[in-house]
Design a protein around this ligand. Structure first.
Ligand code: SAH
Length: 358
């Protein structure tokens, strides 16, 4: 069992690790040596770091740990999608998904244990929010997936689209993005990092000014406030107008295109009129629209529209000059869609009258 998260190296930036080395009487270059072991060579323990003095290795092991999480079950599909259950030091479990599409290998990470947003079609929010993930708990998900790659494969992208609302765990998400991006860290370019948000407007505006320029995906799912508030309760607070204004600001400050996610739910937001209304809302915004049929979750009664209706919806968007992509449901048959596997496991725990580990 891992100790608390506090002493874990994966929580630390380069300068924090340098400060730790200095406080232990070692030269600062030890920090880079350690980071190279962890992020390039996949070391999981200090005694594997053979260019560090033995007694420093021992003192590090007394004071810190490399990892604070461990990998449990890995479930695979025929399409190269793999879902990892990741065990946290307090007994909680989260999930991460590795997706393969040609040369593109994407790590999809969780940012919270559970989620407070309670979106009406999403399994992650059903149990509510337990806690935020630490910086290291986010970074380690990427590391675990990187270690699991096949020979010759390279991790190309990281998306913050797993369990939780990334911008509700702002500081740890931004810290983890810096580590994932850093040359001394995982070295993934900002253009290959995407953060997906339900629409935390303050967070979007703050992120615009971090100097990070990562891709932003906004889970829009409706183009009028009545429908959006019905499926995404947070919309009652923010409203679509503010959200779209924040998206425009993100684009203006960072120069990065924003993408909008639109989950199609039959009878709710998938009609021709909905497509026309969405086209009016996004007119003049340089963006991509990722359309995906809702993945049915047992607890909710939503169904996806027919394939024909999905195509009609996208054709209308395209007719108005918008770029729409129909996303495939890569993981749904292994319940790899959005919190489902974790939910499945937690339900077994529910039966034992135990939910989150306190
Ligand atoms: N909280 C963030 C990121 C996590 S969810 C967000 O809302 O963007 C990642 C994406 O999966 C979101 O677009 C979310 O709306 C979508 N999603 C959640 N449950 C789904 C389901 N049952 N079917 C299809 N997409 C779903």
């Amino acid at each position: 069992m891992y100790k608390t998260e506090i002493q874990s190296i994966t929580n630390m930036s380069l300068s924090e690790l340098e400060a730790l080395c200095t406080s232990m009487g070692e030269p600062i270059y030890r920090a880079k040596q350690m980071l190279s072991w962890i992020y390039d060579k996949g070391a999981a323990a200090f005694d594997q770091m053979s260019n560090l003095p033995k007694n420093f290795q021992r003192r590090c092991a007394e004071q810190c740990q490399v990892f604070q999480t461990s990998v449990g079950t890995i479930t695979q599909t025929a399409y190269g999608t793999e879902k990892f259950l990741v065990h946290l030091h307090d007994g909680n479990v989260i999930e991460s998904v590795l997706l393969r599409e040609g040369k593109r290998v994407t790590a999809c990470v969780s940012t919270q244990v559970g989620c407070a947003m309670a979106c009406r079609f999403c399994a992650s929010g059903l149990p509510g929010l337990e806690r935020n993930l630490t910086t290291g708990e986010i970074v380690e998900q990427v590391l675990h997936m990187k270690k699991h790659l096949l020979p010759g494969e390279r991790l190309t992208n990281v998306v913050f689209m797993g369990i939780g609302e990334p911008l509700a765990n702002y500081d740890n998400v931004v810290r983890s993005m810096r580590i994932i991006n850093a040359g001394w860290g995982l070295g993934i370019g900002v253009r290959h990092i995407t953060v997906s948000t339900v629409g935390v407007v303050d967070g979007i505006r703050r992120l615009a000014h971090e100097g990070l320029k990562v891709n932003l995906a906004i889970s829009l799912h409706a183009s009028d406030d009545v429908t959006r508030s019905k499926i995404l309760p947070i919309n009652k607070k923010t409203g679509i107008k503010n959200l779209v204004a924040a998206a425009r600001e993100y684009f203006k400050v960072t120069g990065r295109d924003v993408s909008f996610e639109y989950v199609l739910i039959d009878g709710v937001n998938a009609s021709k009129q909905d497509a026309e209304s969405l086209a009016r809302l996004l007119k003049g915004i340089q963006c991509n629209i990722n359309v995906l049929p809702v993945n049915p979750v047992e607890e909710f009664n939503w169904r996806p529209p027919s394939q024909g209706a999905i195509e009609i919806f996208c054709n209308i968007l395209e007719k108005h000059g918008l770029v729409a992509t129909i996303r495939k449901k890569k993981g749904s048959h292994i319940n790899a869609a959005c919190g489902q596997l974790r939910l499945q496991r937690e339900k077994i725990l529910w039966k034992k009258e135990r939910y989150f580990v306190k």
